[in-house]
Design a protein around this ligand. Structure first.
Ligand code: ADP
Ligand code: MG
Length: 706
């Protein structure tokens, strides 16, 4: 164990971030004022200011040991990308170099972007792509074994201005929802708030395994999940891991992760063990959506990097182990004004908080009308193992409101007026020495994909390795649309009070089918949802078409978030990605089955055969056990070979297909099915074959022995 050093979090927090206090300290007053305006009012940055900021940023970064800078961006691959340039200029006549960094280099970068997915938006002969500084997300210095680098969060666009990343549309959607929210606030007499920002807190789940064992599993190395593996005798049925005491090795790792994140200004706050053995969670304090999306990427990067340093491996895949809970990301979302008012705060008596009720009614409408888009925003290849595959959360979008709000809604629908709110009762523990306290008015519901949790909505469908960019783009835009439509009506109303009252009643009545407060995991809900006409989209391939419906194109174009061409390109990128990932998984299975499993089983079968013959030759003993085992193993071996041949055949066919929707469907319907058919006999063999002879660590070794 390392010697423990103690430190004060407040001292290290944000020490590697070019944040407001660094700018205030280092920039000339005028430049600082200008930068503040640019950031808080979304103004354009002039070249002189950019030059001064760039120079100071470079000086500051060099003091932190930085030799390089990089435009840090989020292409459609799901992970971040960067291209490093050093600060040095061409050598001078005396052979020395200067360190320089201009405003132009800060603001604009030009990575040769032709190899990032663009879904046909950019032909390879028009390979130019630009990265542009998102100055509302602060630059930071990342220090690690590879040195220190100044990272500048950027958006990534094509030569013709189309978005090739998550950031650009996210920023557009934030502007859209801000503008419409301000309109709505003005109707209620608010004249002071200038901007309304979506606040996002993304809770991140992950698995930790031992790195040496991880390296012996080629499936984990190549695909991030196990493609074979029988269940250990103990799974998660005892629920003894959830919130259990954190083991020392993991605790030491979490501490290193936290230190790293705090230095980067990521307010890592909560950590605990999750439901499955070896599964954990980290949650930061919420931030403005674009910063939160960046921070979530930093959290994922840091979890992986620090694990390696500690002899561990972090698995961010949605389903690293079959039969054990998968990992997701809870996207907590609310709307907060620049002067600190949360539009989703119901107050103690929501029934008389008309503005809140209107906001809520709009969100119900938005989620009901665009459930398919929300579902799509959470689709990624790994998440197919969770959504709609008998695991939390269900693939059907519904909204949980809880007892108190449900009651207000029912009053509105039944009588047209809400006159009272249920309040939290006193919690009496029955133990004199424990304090009694007031309970929340509403209990929690863990099974809802979209739950109201006090003063925010929690979208729980997102996959653990996915960016939270897309879910927030969708949320911001669909809510902007609902706000815009109600403002169009209310701004013209003669009697505002009457009009708003009628509108709320109408919206909650029209969209009450999306509200569901019961058990989202039950089969009864699947049937009930079908009766209500709610979509149940079971896979990524089935979810992608939601991007390019007329309804979706009209929505995104109306708010300038995506053009039709951008949406079509995104759909194309996703189809390609799906086929590619499944193809890698299938090829990895073929490799492992052919080169590791079949040889190991043959060896074991031969040993059994030799043992039978040896014993028979020596005496008249009963060899029925060995013989039975040999027959069983040999049968399964034959099944394995047949399934392997079938998988090889479909993969070969898939590779000949054109990259498009039908190829993705083929990988979903044929290749994925063939993979499952190969897995079955192999997992059965694992239960029969001598553990010493099995060529890789088992589930038990991986998840119980960290
Ligand atoms: P819970 O356990 O109920 O989900 P937490 O307080 O642990 O609640 O919050 C989970 C995440 O939600 C954290 O990242 C937190 O910062 C974030 N969060 C809290 N309030 C808000 C809010 N108003 N808007 C957005 N995110 C929020
Ligand atoms: Mg939560």
């Amino acid at each position: 164990m390392k010697e423990q050093e103690y430190f004060n979090v407040a001292d290290i927090f944000g020490e590697n971030v070019f944040n407001d206090s660094v700018m205030r300290e280092r920039l000339p007053k005028k430049t600082y004022q200008k930068m503040k305006e640019v950031i808080s009012q979304g103004r354009e940055l002039d070249p002189e200011t950019a030059d001064v900021v760039a120079h100071e940023m470079k000086e500051w970064a060099i003091e932190k040991g930085a030799t390089h800078y990089t435009h840090w961006f989020q292409p459609l691959t799901g992970v971040t990308a960067e291209k490093h340039d050093s600060f040095i200029t061409a050598p001078m006549s005396n052979g020395k170099v200067l360190m320089s960094f201009s405003g132009k280099e800060l603001i604009k970068g030009e990575p040769d972007a032709s190899s990032f997915p663009s879904g046909g938006l950019r032909a390879t002969f028009e390979a130019r792509g630009y990265t542009a500084w998102d100055c509302t997300s602060p630059a930071f210095v990342r220090q690690d074994a590879a040195g220190a680098t100044l990272c500048i969060p950027t958006a990534f666009c094509s030569y013709t201005g189309e978005a090739l990343d998550q950031k650009t549309p996210l920023l557009r959607s934030m502007e859209a929802v801000s503008k419409q929210s301000v309109r709505l606030l003005r109707l209620f007499g608010n004249t002071t708030s200038q901007r309304v920002m979506p606040s996002v807190g993304a809770e991140q789940e992950y698995f930790i395994v031992d790195r040496a064992k991880y390296l012996q599993r080629k499936d984990l190395v190549y695909t991030g999940r196990t493609l074979f593996g029988a269940m250990p005798p103990k799974g998660q049925e005892m629920d003894d891991h959830y919130f259990g005491a954190i083991r020392e090795r993991i605790a030491a790792y979490m501490r290193d992760v936290n230190i790293e994140l705090w230095k980067l200004g990521v307010s890592s706050k909560t950590q605990h063990n999750e439901v499955a053995p070896a599964q954990h969670e980290l949650a930061p304090i919420y931030a403005e959506a674009n910063v939160a999306v960046d921070h979530n990427q930093l959290i994922m990067e840091t979890l992986k990097k620090v694990a390696g340093r500690n002899g561990l491996q972090c698995l961010l895949h949605e389903k690293p182990f079959a039969g054990v809970n998968g990992s997701g990301k809870h996207n907590n979302w609310s709307l907060v004004t620049d002067d600190g008012i949360n539009l989703l705060e119901p107050g103690k008596t929501p029934h008389d908080n008309i503005q809140f009720l209107l906001v809520l009614a709009c969100i119900l409408r938005a989620v009901d009308e665009h459930a398919d888009l929300l579902r799509e925003s959470a689709a990624d290849v790994g998440n197919d193992h969770r959504l709609g595959a008998n695991e939390a959360p269900p693939a059907i979008i519904s909204v949980y409101l809880g007892e108190q709000l449900q009651d207000v809604l029912t009053q509105l629908i039944d009588t047209g007026a809400a006159t009272h709110s249920i309040s939290g009762a006193k919690l009496e523990t029955g133990v004199k020495t424990l304090p009694d306290f007031m309970k929340d008015a509403t209990d929690r519901n863990r099974t809802s994909p979209f739950a109201f949790t006090g003063n925010k909505f929690e979208f729980r469908m997102v996959g653990s390795q996915d960016s939270v960019g897309e879910p927030n783009i969708v949320l911001n835009t669909i809510v902007a649309e609902a706000f815009a439509d109600v403002c169009d009506i209310l701004e013209k109303a003669e009697d505002f009070d009457l009009a708003v009252h009628d509108l709320i009643k109408q919206l909650v009545t029209d969209h009450q089918r999306i509200v569901f407060n019961g058990n989202g995991y039950s089969d009864a809900w699947v049937e009930e949802a079908e009766r209500r006409g709610l979509p149940n989209i079971k896979s990524m391939v089935e979810a992608i078409p939601a991007l390019t419906t007329d309804k979706s194109i009209a929505l995104f174009e109306r708010f300038g978030v995506f053009t039709k061409a951008e949406l079509e390109s995104r759909a194309e990128v996703e189809y390609e990605l799906y086929a590619k990932e499944i193809n890698i998984e299938a090829k990895t299975m073929i490799d492992i089955a052919g080169k590791q499993i079949i040889p190991a089983v043959i060896k074991y079968a031969t040993e059994l055969g030799t043992s039978i013959n040896t014993i028979k030759a020596a005496c008249d003993a009963d060899v029925s056990v060995q013989t039975e085992l040999l027959v069983e193993v040999s049968d399964l071996l034959a099944d394995t070979k047949v399934a392997l041949a079938k998988l090889q055949e479909v993969v070969a066919e898939g590779l000949t297909m054109e990259e498009n929707e039908s190829r993705a469907k083929f990988y979903h319907d044929e290749v994925f099915k063939a993979m499952e058919e190969l897995r079955a006999p192999v997992d059965a063999l694992e239960m029969l074959v001598d553990k010493e002879a099995w060529p890789m660590p088992s589930y038990g070794d991986l998840i119980f022995e960290v």
